[in-house]
Design a protein around this ligand. Structure first.
Ligand code: HMG
Ligand code: MG
Length: 300
């Protein structure tokens, strides 16, 4: 077993978590959430998306968010960027890290970004080049890595080839998205090891939604292969407006509890994340979907 001693958490809550909510969360609440997560010691807090405001109005205030957050030195605040228009908006908002995205399914690519996979990779190349020239860090996402809401099964080699594309173009890391949370442990492990044949494991991250309640099991299985970056969302928020059936990301609180139990270091203050989750759930007037948070708050 290659279980890592340290894991880096990327909390995508302020972006993935809020992009398909029915309400548009006020800018000041987004900023407060980002500040709380960063203060809890989360090393990377995905803070917005410079996508089309017509497609995803929930992220239309990303300029205001990124211009007004107080950054902690050493913490990253990546944003999604789909094209050069989004890149220019990000650049003007003082963004230092961008995340590009493509998908291993043609139908999903079309629904999510109105273009083919090849076109999305071509756009990613342009944005990646512009980002690197500007001194930004660039991350890549592959959606539907364990299945597609429209096409069903996805070939692991397709995921691996796309990850390799992102790696070769200059992404420092590629995040493998189980967009609809459909994977199971053996399948997740098999996908990750196929990808790791083409891209070094220390440049890969997991981005597992929890629609079928498998995310923690899938993450544990993949940790055994040595992966050491995991995307999570505080309170298990999340979804994708163009992936029917996609529910929240795996909850940050649940992953932290599991990693603490495995003696894997994250450098994150668990109780501070529980408080950040309580805060955003109050804003959204909902109960957390994190089992760990529910148990912890009930016991308090
Ligand atoms: P399009 O409509 O094909 O774009 O959208 P277009 O180039 O034809 O332009 C149409 C209009 O949009 C123009 O304005 C452009 O200027 C404007 P008009 O001339 O009509 O006034 N426009 C923009 N405005 C602001 N910012 C931009 C931008 N681009 C064009 N960046 C596009 C194509 C890719 C932009 C659109 O499809 C889009 O924004 N898609 C993103 C959808 C999205 O955000 N999905 C969720 C995020 S992905 C995800 O959640 C998965 C992930 O979590 C991993 C996982 O779970 O698997 C990452
Ligand atoms: Mg996602």
């Amino acid at each position: 077993m290659n279980m890592p001693k340290k894991v880096r958490i990327v909390d995508v809550g302020p972006r993935d978590g809020l992009q398909s909510e029915n309400i548009i969360v006020p800018t000041e609440n987004k900023i407060q959430l980002i500040h709380s997560l960063a203060a809890a010691g989360i090393p990377s807090v995905e803070s917005g998306a410079f996508v089309s405001p017509k497609w995803v109005p929930q992220m239309s205030d990303s300029e205001e968010v990124l211009k007004n957050i107080t950054r902690i030195k050493g913490t990253s605040y990546p944003v999604l960027v789909p094209n050069l228009k989004g890149f220019e908006r990000a650049r003007q908002a003082n963004v230092e890290e961008i995340a590009l995205f493509s998908a291993a399914s043609e139908t999903f690519s079309n629904k999510n970004t109105n273009c083919t996979i090849n076109e999305s990779i071509n756009r990613a190349h342009e944005v990646c080049e512009a980002g690197i020239a500007e001194g930004m860090k660039v991350r890549g996402y592959i959606s539907c890595a364990l299945g597609c809401p429209y096409e069903g099964e996805i070939d692991n080699t397709r995921v691996a080839e796309l990850a390799s594309e992102f790696n070769k173009m200059g992404c420092y890391e590629v995040s493998l998205g189980d967009t609809i949370g459909i994977g199971t442990p053996i399948k997740a492990k098999s996908m990750l090891s196929t990808v790791a044949d083409l891209v070094p494991m220390d440049k890969l991250a997991l981005h597992f939604h929890d629609s079928y309640g498998q995310a923690l099991a899938n993450i544990l299985a993949c940790l055994e292969l040595g992966v050491s970056t995991i995307d999570t969302a505080v309170s298990g928020l999340g979804g994708c407006p163009y992936a029917p059936g996609a529910s929240g990301n795996v909850a940050t609180e649940d992953v932290l509890y599991m990693l603490n139990g495995l003696d894997i270091d994250t450098g994150i203050d668990f109780e501070a994340v529980i408080s950040a989750g309580e805060y955003i759930c109050n804003v959204l007037s909902r109960t957390t979907t994190s089992k760990v948070s529910q148990a912890f708050l009930a016991a308090r």
